[in-house]
Design a binder for this molecule. Sequence first.
Ligand code: NDP
Length: 400
Amino acid sequence: MAKVLLIGAGGVGRVVAHKCAQVREVFADIVLASRTLGRCEQIKKEIADKGLGDIAIRQVDADNVPELVTLIHEVKPQLVINVALPYQDLTIMEACLETGVHYLDTANYEHPDTAHFEYKEQWALHDRFQKAGLMALLGSGFDPGVTNVFCAYAQQNLFDEIHYVDILDCNAGDHGYPFATNFNPEINIREVTAKGRYWQEGKWLETEPLSVRIDHDYPEVGVKASYLLYHEEMESLVKHLKGLKRIRFFMTFGESYLTHLRVLQNVGMTRIDEVEHDGHKIVPLQFLKTLLPDPASLGPRTKGKTNIGCLIKGIKDGKPRQVYIYNICDHEECWAEVNSQAVSYTTGVPAMIGAMMMLQGKWQGKGVFNMEEFEAAPFMDALNNHGLPWTVLEMDPADA
Ligand code: NDP
């Protein structure tokens, strides 16, 4: 039985706290710390109201390493689960190294001043984690996270060689607002407005933002326009999938979202540099975040489903094979269970499961690891048992 420290009390933090509290045989003690204590208090109350017991709460500025070190020394957790923002990854990893505690996150490091995210800085900490005898598990959300595990499962159980992977992220939920983002608006808009990128035959190829579209028929959802984006799991998967020829990532967006985004971009509201306004310096994208609905508030309004999965083509026993491995999640069911919509749910559940894999010793290592480096089966079993059941759909290998 373990003690965990969760950092970040946003949409995802709420789900991780609820899901850990549902599995007390693993997570006996839960401490939730975040920048705004009031958010932690709210989640503590919700968990108690659901009869899931008590959690402790703390205030912390996760940009400040000495503050984190003091907190970790006081709390003495076995593992820190970082579900604050990608900007805090390095400070929290540094604090874990200084205090000798294992680490897990759901998104790779991004510098606040450049809309560019990559694993370089976190992978560079591998030797220090290894020497300290500690494990850091990177990207234990859905994408990255479960999508990496789906690929690992395919490599370990379904294919001799994997040639093509398309990661497909469909959110067919409707929250009734003309424009809102399902997770942190700043992170979401930075991701969507960046150039697209995919990997083919050993090279990264760049595309203009949202310029490549496919219309894909998602099981239980139907045909949705899906746009090529760069997404971080591809960076580690190209290292770990054998025989890969191409990997791409697509996400669905509705017309209303895209029209609003285009206008906001054209008028400069998605800029991430400082501008002078009435004698104050403001970052337009941060100001926009203040105006937009809080993603956590979308939960009770959102109806519909998500369908996220990996379309994988390759060879098994000398014959071509194609499968789609996917999960479907219902926004309203997530709300009923943990007061959250499916985008936070599909991220928070795998964060809890990754933590469980580490604490139960099913996934072990010294250093910094991505999800596909471990045996997929125990994680896949846990997905079925903790709210994210999956399906392997056998497809005609000739289908494009
Ligand atoms: P939110 O913005 O809802 O929550 C972030 C939380 O972190 C807030 O409670 C915020 O505090 C807190 N926080 C921010 N800065 C600090 C700081 N310096 N010190 C302490 N706490 C801080 O984001 P989400 O919950 O939607 O996302 C959380 C993480 O999950 C992000 O890294 C995101 O990229 C990742 N994610 C991963 C996905 C995946 O599939 N892998 C999908 C979706 C998200 P405050 O309340 O004061 O603002």
